[in-house]
Structure formats: structure tokens, C-alpha cells
Design a protein around this ligand. Sequence first.
Ligand code: 7RM
Length: 654
Amino acid sequence: MSVDPSSRPEIENLLAEARTFPPSAEFSAQATATADLYAEAEADFEAFWAKRAHERISWFTPFETTLEWDLPFAKWFTGGELNVSYNCLDRHVERGLGDKVAYHWIGEPGDTRTLTYRDLLGEVCRAANALRELGVQKGDRVAIYMPMIPELPVAMLACARLGAAHTVIFGGFSAEALSDRINDAQAKVLITADGGWRRGKPVGLKHHADEALASTPSINGTIVVDRLGGGIHMVEGRDHWWHEIVARQSDVCPPVPVESEQMLYLLYTSGTTAKPKGIVHTSAGYLLQASFTHEVVFDVKPDDVYWCAADIGWVTGHSYIVYGPLANATTGVMYEGAPDTPDWDRWWQIVEDYKVSILYCAPTAIRAFMKQGETYPAKHDLSSLRVLGSVGEPINPEAWLWYHDNIGGGRAPIVDTWWQTETGAILISPLPGVTTTKPGSATFPMPGIAVDVVDAKGDSVPLGGGGYLVLKRPWPSMLRGIYGDPDRYRSTYWSRFPGMYFAGDGAKRDLDGYLWLLGRVDDVMNIAGHRISTIEIESALVDHKSVAEAAVVGKSDDITGQAIFAFVILRAGQEPSDALAVQLREHVAYVIGPIARPKYLMFTPDLPKTRSGKIMRRLLRDIAEGRVLGDTTTLADANVVDVIRDKSGSAEED
Ligand code: 7RM
């Protein structure tokens, strides 16, 4: 087959979504953010951020310079001094909000805790004093490996109080992943727990920590929360129970003033098989943009009950469970466990019980609920919900509509928010009182953010075309680097297109200028010279009434270079059959064209995902090619791949 690659677009634009959802007049009338934010930010983006930095942050010393930009190294608000935990706690208590609830926490077994801002401040001070007793000072690093319990945000804020940086490692990671990250960060203390609850079972953590600590010479001591009733081995002189070392401390601990650019945290991203990257976030710019976006994207008001149902070990939890909401004195819900325990309506029970008004979650959760059917949400009063958010992956239009109708009652606006660990805060999203949404599109850049879609040469792609998503201007919550590796920072993010930050994602802009994220460019398939994104084919499959979720990869093919291999999860009550496989293939061809018809199609009960719910297409490619599996460290459930691999020989081929 002869193909002239230069005549082809960077990424094909296949799927067209015509439905639009303008904000209701009632919603717009009360919305905090209005359209003039865009013009204000475009007129002078530095002044836009400087004004908000003065308004939103309580400074010990005001900053002198808004931005020092030595591409690709940014410094924001230099000369200023602040303390992030002071901004999240003390100042609210000082202005009379001490009794306001910071977190309604719900354990998976059904136990609950309520922490007011005053409670949280006291506990953070005690935890900070305990860390200090273990030798932690400003500039040190502390590793955190915990389940979703209140002590997790407390531990993070305790570090911030001392000017120490935390690095949170997902509770699901192995001992090796934990020791690698502790060693890269040279962390002094590890805060962990005996374990947590998941799907009705206690899941131990401390034994992984013990194994990891056999090879982490930088660690001086640990603090261990008793979540499961103790009963674990404690190493004399190294391990300290939280209920002993923290409980006996004073609840007064003056916040340590730090410079704006003091490191607040490190968060490791893995993605590929290479050594994990410690993404560096600093204090003032991060706090500013996390709190600003939290308020305007979710239209958060003082009486809202806000629930971000992510794990804190993901950047989403850092910015939108901890720092953004607490800086805004928001009342939040935090849930420890799984969405199907004891049954698939656990979330909807929580929404009803706590009158949750804003819900923020990942498409993977929405598709899992969609698979179970609408009877679960229908059993509950969800009328308190007024804004819904989505994050982590492109949301298929069908899943968007399901969320809109069955969770949002056809009334709540949906904000599809695009961002990354590296960006620190939401960069592309509707403003719910301003933007007319289209299901599946993250719509437009946030005020002050300069986004473009470029071709391989770095030239802007005209409307209607696809290409590479880039950022053309620094932003306050941007990563400051990869810990200890400035060269890797430059080469990973700033070398593909000179002068621009390359996010690694493909995107297209439709004729109205709406942005449609197309997934990681590494996942883009090349079918007979056509560069096709996986998401468009997946969305065409999910568009079929029998399908709950789909993942598509390219499998090498003698004729077309790559051929499309689709993994399909059916909705509850649907049975796999050869006839259905044929029907689904035809459905894709009908919706987006014959070039996109999957050559292979396999029904599967599950898909390999990261803990934040991203489909690991790299592993699916290995399975499709019959290869040995690559790195599986970040897999949420290691059994899934075995199940799929056992079945992969049975993929339907046309
Ligand atoms: C917040 C987060 C980042 C990657 C990013 C994208 C994908 C995230 C969306 C999305 C389409 C979205 N941080 N991604 N949000 N794709 N629409 N709304 O997920 O560092 O864990 O991942 O996630 O590929 O580059 S992350």
C-alpha cells in the first residue's frame, strides 16, 4: 500500500459530536466566574495572576516579582514568604470558621469521622511537632504511604507547616516502588499505617513498608497509624505509633515561613518503563492556581459540600482534595473505600446522606457505574448535586451523557477538566456558568493559559485538525522540574517543540475551536498511514447500547502496518457472542468510517488500569502482540492481565 505521509494530517479527525449544552440561565446568574476573566487574563497574564496572588494568599512577606522566566525554568512571586498550612487552616480559624467542617470522612466499613477546621489545625500541629521530634526540618523530604484516612491530609499539611516536602506514594504500590521513590527523594521519615479497608477486606501496608525500609538508608524513623487494630510488627527505635508520638505533642506549632519557591511536594509519575520522575511543585504559585481553579471550575460557594472521589496518592487528590479545597475553606467528603462495597450504590448513598453538591471523579468510575445500570443511582435522592466534574482520561460522549442524565438529573453542568501531574492544576475546562459544553470535549483553556495544537513542525494546526497539545506560556502551578535532573526536565517537556511545553497528548480542535483530547501520542495508531487516536474508536464502541467500556490498541499487521485490536467490556445483562462482535465492528465502521473498523475484537470482563483509572494500553499492546509483559508496577489489580491474556487467543478476527 503506498502512502505519502506528508499528505496526511498529524492525527485524523474522525468522530464528530454535534450535541451542545449551554449553561442554564439560573446557573449562570449565580456563577462566580464570568466571561470577562478570559479578557482580563489575555490583556496581561502576569497582572492577572499577581492580582489573584495578592487576594487569595495570606503572605508573611509580600512578593516583589511576579514571574522570572528563564525558559524552561520559572519562578513565581519571588521575594514573598508564606506558609501553605497557615493558608489552609489557621487563617480560616482566625476569621471564625473554626467550627466549619473540613472533612466528612467515611470509612469503608461504615465508621465515620468529622473534622472541623479547628480539629484539623490541632492535629496538624501535633503531627508537625512529632515530625520535628524525629528530626524533620525545613527543606527535608518525608514519604507518605497511607490509605485514604484523615491522617493522610494531616500528614501532608504537617510537612507543609514545617517547610518540609512530602512525597505521597500510592497505597497500592509494591515495596520496590516505595523504596525507589524514598531513595530518589532521600526522605528522612516515612508515615504509614498498618493498612486500610478495600472491598470489605483489610489490606496490609506495613509489611510492604518494612520490606522497602530494608534498603532505604535515608529513613530515620516511621510513624504508623493504627487503622486495622494494630497487630503488626514494630521495629524498636524506628517505628512509632501515631496514637503515641503524635497524640502526646502540643497542639501549638507555629507555621514556618517559606519562600514562594520552596518545594511543597514531589510526586512521582511513571508512565513508561523508565525510572520514575519526581515532579517538583513549589508553594505559592501552586497554592494560588489550585485554589483559583477549584473555586471557579466547580463554582464552589461557602455552603457547598464538595466531594472529589479520587485517591490522594494521585495529583488530583493533592490539588482537589487537599490544597485547593482547604485553601478555600470548603467542606469536603473523603471516602476510604471502593465504589461497589457493600454494593454499587455506595457513592449515591454518600451523596444522599451528606447532600453532596459537587462531585468530581474519573471517567473510569462513570463507565463502571454505567456498566451496572441506572437502577443504582435511581434508588437515591441526588437532587443536591449542582456541578459534576470529570478528570483523568477523555470522557466518551456516551459516558458524559449517562453522567449528565443519571447523576446530574439532566440539570447539573459537567466540567471535563484536562491537566497533568506536571501542570499542578486544571488548565483546560469549561467554566460552568459561561461555557456551552459538548459531550467529550474539555472545551477551552482556562483564563491565562495559552494552549495550541501543532503539527510535527510546531506550526499551529487549523481548526478542524488534529496534532500535538502544547502550552506556550508559563503558569503559576507548573512543575519546576524533575527532582535532581534538570536535563531530563528539559528534554522530556521542552525539546520536542522549541519554546513550548509538550504535554505528550494528542488533541484536535473542531471548527468552533473546542479542544478534544485524544490521549497520549504514544498510543496513536498508524493504520495504513492514517494516524488514528484510540479514543475515537473507543467512543464509537461505547456509543453502542451493549458496551460499557472499550480499549483499543494497534497490533502489528503485514498489510496495514498496524491493525486495530479492540478490548470490549459489555454492560450488565449483555452476553458476548460472535454475532455481537460483528455488529460492534460494523457499528464503528458506520459511526466513523471503514478505516476504523477493528480487525480484532475481544470481550473482556476487565481492563488493566493504573490506580487513577487510566487504561494501560501499553500492557494491552503486549497482550495483543503475544509479548512478555512490560513493567506492571503501577497496575491497580495485577490479576487482570492474566485473565485477559488467557482469553486473548480467542479474539475474533475478521
Ligand atoms: C489529572 C491527571 C495526565 C494525563 C494527561 C492526559 C490524561 C487527564 C484528562 C485527560 C483527556 C481529560 N494527571 N487526562 N485529564 N485526557 N481529558 N479531562 O490525570 O498526571 O495522572 O495524568 O491524563 O493524557 O496527559 S496525570
